[in-house]
Each structure stands twice: as structure tokens, then as C-alpha cells.
Write a protein that binds this ligand. Structure first.
Ligand SMILES: [Ca+2]
Ligand SMILES: [Ca+2]
Ligand SMILES: [Ca+2]
Ligand SMILES: [Ca+2]
Length: 447
């Protein structure tokens, strides 16, 4: 890089950056490759000596967040091209790129940053033009954001604390929460839910168009209560509704198959007392279903299992409906099994899908406690379902004519109310006539 110092340009630039503490200047060293880039903190000066000259600058970001790059030009003729390159030094995938034509100031779009180095490459666009070098100035502006990750946050113990909105009657988004997955990076965020029961949704924005896995972990149980994968072909993905009690939770973001880059998410929540309550994957944590009630539930990860307990002292049937899930088609199934109270014996396994409810008729079984387990069937991704207990009419057992006679209310067996009772035993009309005559005689005898 041949260097050119125009005193007037320097003065102009100096005026533009008054207050900037330490300004690196690419003015005599060789900064023509990414590996020999001039290190700077927030701003640097440079000048291109020829139309084919390039200048590289390097700055290091301590915390992930957002940033933009600016270039201020005083040139009357030169059009600059500014490329921003990430920590991997891969110039084929730019973080940002923009042109500055003649004198003026242009900024890049905001971009998400990871911890690591960023490189700025300045070159001339109008190479054919007779080249006159002037001084320019580059700036790396860190945009601080609330709720952005603070590295290191690779474990639950070092999770970045973020604010979830308090759960209310209507679904409500949190602030944007963001971060960047660098090579080998895992990001943990910690948040609290403060109402008794409700549900949580995670809306994840795939800024990097990469492959990620997102998990929600309940601190009290150390269990993953919901997880989903985000693939490079989708711009965003919303989780299944996770029915949860108040408490502390972690959200974990990791790259899948080398997936890396910037992402953003929102925590959305709603008060809902009719919702299942995770963690309910084992018998000891079963959710109770009472007769005449319905619960909204979801398998919130491929591994999620939901256990429900029903005490059947009245005739009821349990209906599991999977028809309302908007994510899945009819090839997706949920597998539902009816067990005895301690889950040592299973009675029936049935499939629930968009096309078909699963039903267990407990009126045909002995009174007692039953356990119902819902888990993933075939083609499973994740999805919502409802489970309800409904009272049913118990079918009357067939009685012999003698049992029918015995079951009659003989205390009220009197002449005036005898006829309605007769309707129940019309199949024995001859016998009944004889009884009627006999009773008539008795009444006459005592009357
Ligand atoms: Ca990170
Ligand atoms: Ca991390
Ligand atoms: Ca569930
Ligand atoms: Ca569960």
C-alpha cells in the first residue's frame, strides 16, 4: 500500500472525529491483506494509493450484540467499496457491504456480532478512473442492546439473565433477545416465570439462516420440557405451547451440523389455568384430570411424554383430540396408552391423529385410578392436543324377568300405582294378572 497524506483531508477528517481518543492510520505499513490488517478500536483512517490498492482494518468485539460500520469520505472522485468480514476471515460470505460514492458518509445495515474479530476491507470501485488518493475514515459502531447475550454463557451457571414479560391474560412478546453462535459455542439464557400456571412459546428468528437447536430447560427439575430444531431454509420458527408453572427456566441455543451465526428470539407467554403443567413425564408428576374438565396440552419436543391421572368413581370416558394442531398434517400421530394406577399393567394403546380421536371408555372398567400416557407416534415433530373427561350413561345390564320383579319397589306396590309398574314387566302379563287378582282379593279381605 503506497501512502498519501493530504493535509487538508486529514484536517477535515480530524474535525469529523473530534473526541475520538486514538485513531489508527493506515499510512505507511502494509495493510493489503486480511492477515496484516491494521488493528483499531472504534475508528481508523486510511488512504488508497492507487485504484488497485486495498486497505484492511481489524477490530475485536468483546460481547455479542449489534454493530454497524461507517465510512466517511472527503474525496471528490473516488467511489469506495466497504466489505465487512467476520471472525472466520471468509471473504466469500460478507457480514455487510456498501459503497460510498464521492464525499459523504454511508453506514452499513446493522448486523449481529459474535465475540471475536471483524475485518473491514476498503477498495476503490472506479478503478478505470485516473486515481487520486484521499484520506477516508472508517468507524465500527457497537450498538448496545438490552437482552443480548454476554459471553461466556456456555453453561446454565453462566447463563445471560434476560427479562421475560410477566404472563398476562393475553399472549405477550418479550423484548428481542439475541446472540450469536460462534464455532463450538453454546448459549444459555436464564429467565423467570412469575404466575402460577400458563404457557410459554419461543419465537426464534433465524438471522444467520443456519441450523440451530433450541431447548427450554426447567431449573427445578433440570429437564428439557420443550425443544425444536430450526433449519437453514426457514426465517423463523415458533415452538409448541409449553404448559409450565411459575419458576426459573433456561433457554439453550446450539448449532446443529456446524450451524453458526446470529439469531434472535422472543419469549411469549399467556396465563392459562386449563393447561397441562410440565414437567409431567413420569407417574409421580402426573397431571390430574377431573370429570367434566378439559386440558390443553402439547408434546413440546420429540422426547416429551405427558402423564395424566384419572380417578374413575363415576362413569366417564377420556377423549384425546389431536385435530386442532396447526403444525402437523394427518400423517402425524400421537400414541396414547391407558394404564392401571401404578403403571404396572397397560390395558389399551390407541393412536390419535388429526383424523381420529383416541378414546378410553372407563365406564366399562372397574372404579379406580387410571393413568393415561401421551407420547410421540409416527412422523412426529411436535404438536398440540386436548384431553378431556366426559360423563357417560352406563348401559343397563340385561336382567332376567325374575330379577326385574325383584328390582321393583314393592313398598309402593299398591293398586293405584300398580299399572305403571306393570309396564316394566309386560312380558309376563299373564303372571301379573294373577298377582293383581290375588292382591285384589287380599285388599278386599282386609278392607
Ligand atoms: Ca454466543
Ligand atoms: Ca456462548
Ligand atoms: Ca407436554
Ligand atoms: Ca411432558
Amino acid at each position: 500500500m503506497k501512502k498519501f497524506k493530504a493535509i487538508i483531508s486529514v484536517l477535515l477528517i480530524s474535525m469529523l472525529v473530534m473526541g475520538t481518543m486514538c485513531v489508527a492510520f493506515a499510512d505507511g505499513e502494509d495493510y493489503d491483506t486480511i492477515d496484516t490488517a491494521l488493528a483499531f478500536t472504534t475508528s481508523a483512517q486510511g488512504s488508497l494509493a492507487t485504484a488497485s490498492d486495498v486497505d484492511y482494518f481489524k477490530t475485536t468485539v468483546a460481547n455479542a450484540g449489534k454493530a454497524k460500520v461507517r465510512l466517511v469520505s472527503t474525496s471528490a472522485t473516488t467511489e469506495y467499496k466497504v466489505d465487512v468480514i467476520g471472525n472466520d476471515k471468509d471473504e466469500s460470505k460478507l457480514v455487510a457491504s456498501f459503497n460510498v460514492n464521492k464525499a459523504g458518509e454511508v453506514s452499513s445495515e446493522e448486523f449481529s456480532t459474535a465475540v471475536g474479530s471483524y475485518y473491514i476491507k476498503v477498495s476503490a470501485v472506479n478503478a478505470a478512473q485516473e486515481y487520486v488518493a484521499e484520506t477516508y475514515m472508517v468507524f465500527f459502531d457497537i450498538i448496545t442492546k438490552e437482552n443480548y447475550e454476554i459471553e461466556p454463557n456456555d453453561t446454565a451457571a453462566t447463563a445471560t439473565r434476560v427479562k421475560a414479560e410477566a404472563i398476562k391474560d393475553t399472549i405477550k412478546d418479550s423484548l428481542e433477545i439475541g446472540g450469536t453462535i460462534a464455532a463450538g459455542d453454546v448459549d444459555f439464557f436464564a429467565f423467570s416465570v412469575v404466575v402460577p400456571e400458563g404457557y410459554l412459546q419461543v419465537k426464534f428468528y433465524n438471522s444467520a439462516k443456519s441450523d440451530f437447536k433450541v431447548s427450554v430447560i426447567q431449573k427445578a427439575t433440570d429437564k428439557v420440557i420443550g425443544s425444536f430444531k430450526v433449519t437453514s431454509d426457514v426465517a423463523d420458527k415458533t415452538s409448541a405451547d409449553m404448559g409450565i408453572p411459575s419458576g426459573d427456566y433456561y433457554l439453550k441455543v446450539e448449532g446443529v451440523d456446524g450451524g453458526a451465526g446470529a439469531y434472535m428470539f422472543k419469549l411469549r407467554s399467556k396465563l392459562d389455568l386449563q393447561r397441562e403443567s410440565e414437567y409431567n413425564d413420569v407417574l409421580a408428576k402426573a397431571n390430574v384430570i377431573t370429570i367434566g374438565t378439559e386440558k390443553y396440552a402439547a408434546l413440546s419436543s420429540p422426547e416429551d411424554i405427558d402423564v395424566f391421572k384419572v380417578t374413575s368413581d363415576q362413569d366417564q370416558k377420556i377423549i384425546i383430540s389431536c385435530a386442532n394442531d396447526t403444525r402437523n398434517d394427518s400423517s402425524v400421530t400421537w400414541e396414547v396408552t391407558l394404564y392401571n394406577a401404578d403403571m404396572t399393567a397397560s390395558y389399551q394403546t390407541t393412536i390419535c391423529s388429526k383424523a381420529q380421536n383416541a378414546e378410553f371408555d372407563l365406564s366399562a372398567r372397574e372404579a379406580g385410578t387410571y393413568i393415561i400416557v401421551v407420547k410421540a407416534g409416527t412422523n412426529y415433530s411436535e404438536g398440540a392436543y386436548n384431553i378431556k373427561s366426559q360423563q357417560v350413561e352406563k348401559p343397563q345390564p340385561k336382567m332376567s324377568w325374575w330379577d326385574k320383579i325383584k328390582s321393583l319397589d314393592w313398598k309402593s306396590f299398591w293398586v293405584d300405582n300398580f299399572k305403571p309398574l306393570m309396564a316394566n314387566i309386560d312380558f309376563l302379563s299373564t303372571i301379573v294378572s294373577l298377582i293383581k287378582l290375588s292382591i285384589g282379593s287380599i285388599i278386599k279381605a282386609f278392607g
